[in-house]
Write a protein that binds this ligand. Structure first.
Ligand SMILES: NC(=O)c1ccc[n+]([C@@H]2O[C@H](COP(=O)([O-])OP(=O)(O)OC[C@H]3O[C@@H](n4cnc5c(N)ncnc54)[C@H](O)[C@@H]3O)[C@@H](O)[C@H]2O)c1
Length: 348
């Protein structure tokens, strides 16, 4: 299923983290759906950044630069906007950075999320609060056996990022249970897997690292070639977020790829190398905390209830992502391609 234009037209949407990789794509999609968009982010941008390339500050209605840890300012801005729907994406989303900066990570991901929930209480028009966490919120025993996590699987997290998102999930549950129970506001958490697509330049993520290495002609360092991840295109995930917001459900929701065969880091590398033979990598011994080896998501709930399902299989996902970075580094019209990918995906 796809989101309906009629539902989204003229809706007032607030996105936290709108300057990031996913937030930028979400702004572009919602703009094409006719929404009035407000964004809240701190002023950190990657270099380059999709937000700047697409001049998103000129496309959206208003852009606020604040730290979500500043509750007073956050609450004030929420009151000024009075949004219909909130998507909370702002976070410190990187595992390696979280190991070096645990306090900042826990503060932003846990207290920042609590601040967003708290500032959302007593808003007059709010009908949906969609809080973005991650598939890494599940307790992963790292067994060799392929296991699919469903929404009832135990929460956990073996590093500060994963653990902070599991803590955020527990806090969200308390808000669902106590503060939003009898309100018309539906409050949900969305747990998606490894999201790929053009315009991501975050540090220590496989796909951005691959294209950075191709562009700089340096070899790529790989630590976990056999790790499996639920890779999926950013537009598939956004489709899930919009269908969730459009529905009348609360609770926790997994969004991941439909895979009969699980996909490993080395499969991604080989696929991209077929398109870019100059890609070279070295496998190094992991020196930091062990990352989860197998991470797969059970997506039956979103499929059955929201009628959501991934549209772009891994081959198409990698093809579109590759096209995006190739166009960008060859200085072709990236603005046109980005909008075309959205229009093709959503049939707009
Ligand atoms: N990219 C993925 O593969 C992936 C997978 C699962 C879940 N997620 C989740 O999706 C969300 C977006 O991820 P992304 O990849 O776009 O990250 P990103 O780093 O590209 O964007 C993060 C955004 O949050 C903002 N931000 C960070 N700290 C802030 C603070 N203290 N106050 C205000 N704004 C702040 C940044 O300015 C930026 O706009 C995150 O919650 C992340 O955990 C991402």
């Amino acid at each position: 299923m796809r989101p309906t234009k009629k539902y989204w037209k003229n809706k007032k949407i607030l996105i936290t983290g709108h300057t990031g990789f996913m937030g930028s794509w979400l702004c572009l999609v919602l703009k094409l759906y006719g929404c009035k968009i407000y964004g809240i982010s701190n002023k950190e941008y990657t270099k380059p950044s999709l937000f700047k390339i697409m001049k998103i500050d000129k496309l959206i209605f208003k852009h606020f630069v604040i730290d979500i840890n500043d509750f007073k300012k956050l609450k004030n801005i929420f009151k000024i906007i009075e949004p219909d729907i909130i998507f909370h994406l702002a976070a410190q989303p990187l595992v390696k950075y979280s190991i070096l900066n645990p306090i900042e990570t826990f503060k932003t991901n846990v207290i920042g999320t609590v601040n967003v929930c708290e500032a959302s209480r007593n808003l007059k028009k709010l009908s949906k609060l969609i809080l973005i966490t991650t598939d890494k919120c599940y307790k992963n025993s790292n067994s060799k056996k392929i296991k699919f996590f469903n929404e009832s699987s135990e929460l956990g997290g073996g590093d500060p990022y994963s653990s902070s998102k599991a803590c955020a999930e527990i806090a969200i549950h308390a808000y669902q249970n106590i503060f939003f129970k009898n309100k018309k506001v539906k409050i949900s958490s969305a747990r998606a897997g490894n999201i790929i697509g053009g315009g991501d330049w975050a540090k220590d993520r496989l796909v951005p690292d691959i294209y950075r290495s191709l562009h700089s002609k340096k070899f790529l360092k790989i630590r976990y070639p056999n790790a499996t991840r639920p890779w999926q295109h950013v537009l598939d995930v956004i489709n899930g977020y919009l269908l969730l917001a459009q529905s009348n459900y609360s609770g926790a929701w997994n969004f991941g790829p439909s895979l009969k065969k699980t996909f490993k880091v080395k499969d991604i590398l080989l696929n991209i190398k077929r398109r870019n033979p100059k890609l070279i990598w070295k496998i190094l011994k992991p020196k930091e905390v062990q990352e989860s080896i197998n991470l797969n998501l059970d997506i039956k709930k979103a499929k059955n209830i929201l009628k959501w399902q991934p549209k772009w299989k891994i081959k198409k996902t990698l093809e579109e992502t590759n096209k995006w970075y190739e166009n960008f580094y060859n200085k072709k019209n990236i603005n046109y391609l980005t909008i075309k990918q959205i229009k093709d995906f959503f049939k707009l």
